[in-house]
Design a protein around this ligand. Structure first.
Ligand SMILES: [Zn+2]
Ligand SMILES: [Zn+2]
Length: 317
């Protein structure tokens, strides 16, 4: 019987030893591969927040983990309240102080002792959890919030009693009324000083009309044209006459050729509108009038006749 008991005890010891070495190796590999601390220790005490499973290893957590990861570890019951307070005092978890208070991990009246924000691990936390960085700054600012607020109040009370400086009065002018300028009428800006209640005006000069040509009637040879100008801003309009251009004389054109004893005619027209501007007579091509030519011919015939008669009479004699 004793022999059997010894064998059983031996087996139990071997199995427990094997398990213990496995756990140790697991811890080592997890530490090397991942910076996360993985505690596989046993919770000694039943109290959740008085004893943490990884209290002994919080230094490692501070060194290798970001604030967010430490916070997760806390949620996993790995650290007790005194250790959490120590880590906050070391400058970690500053962004989670309010959350930890709300969840009961640390007492409500706890205030962090140190403010080591320029730490590598907290810097990592900043980059990894950007949404929670405002908390960090706000909590660091809220170390003594009530006292500072009271101080501020008393300061503002005393400030209002003081006479405002000239610089403050100069900076207190605000625009309270504005009348925009039109094309023809000036506008104005009314400034009121919020400290003294004084007002002052600044005029906005009238901009003047901004006309553009909106309609054009071209001028003709004899009739005026016009341009219509309209203001782009207010619609005011006026017309401006374009003077008639007048006819443009073209070249003279012959309308009837002149004959030997008959006159011809010619005229000149406007190049643009074709209106006949002037006409003229073309003289006959023969310089002598028809009657004179006939007279000459008759006279010559008569002379020749007389000469012939005279010559015949001499032959007969
Ligand atoms: Zn106008
Ligand atoms: Zn014309």
């Amino acid at each position: 019987m004793r022999h059997k008991i010894k064998i059983v005890v031996g087996c139990v010891l071997i199995i427990t030893g094997f398990l213990a070495t496995n756990i140790a190796v697991g811890q080592l590999t997890s530490l090397q591969n991942d910076t996360r601390i993985k505690c596989s220790g046993i919770v000694i005490d039943g109290g959740e927040k008085t004893v943490g499973r990884c209290d002994n290893e919080y230094k490692l957590a501070e060194k290798y983990e970001t604030d967010a990861e430490i916070y997760e570890d806390i949620q996993d019951n790995q650290f007790s309240t005194p250790i959490i307070e120590t880590m906050i005092n070391d400058g970690y978890l500053l962004g989670y102080v309010d959350q930890l208070k709300a969840e009961g991990w640390i007492p409500q009246d706890f205030t962090p002792a140190g403010s080591k924000t320029s730490n590598t691990s907290s810097a990592e936390a900043k980059t990894e959890t950007p949404a929670e960085t405002p908390n960090e700054t706000s909590t660091s600012d809220n170390k003594q919030p009530e006292k500072t607020e009271k101080n501020n109040k008393s300061e503002t009370k005393t400030e209002t009693k003081k006479e405002p400086t000239q610089e403050e009065i100069d900076a207190a002018w605000e625009e309270t009324e504005r009348v925009e300028a039109t094309c023809t009428e000036d506008g104005k800006i009314v400034y009121t000083n919020s400290i003294t209640g004084d007002t002052k005006e600044e005029s906005i000069p009238a901009a003047g009309h901004d006309y553009e040509v909106t309609d054009t009637t071209e001028a003709a040879c004899t009739e005026d044209g016009k341009n219509t100008y309209t203001c782009k801003v207010c619609g005011d309009a006026y017309e401006e006459a374009i003077p008639a251009t007048g006819h443009t004389e073209g070249e003279w054109k012959v309308t009837k050729e002149a004959g030997l004893f008959s006159t011809g005619s010619k005229e000149v027209t406007c190049e643009k509108c074709g209106e006949v501007l002037d006409t003229a007579e073309i003289p006959q091509t023969c310089p002598l009038p028809l009657a004179a030519v006939i007279g000459i011919v008759v006279a010559v015939v008569v002379i020749i006749g007389v000469i012939v008669v005279l010559v015949r009479r001499r032959k007969n004699i």
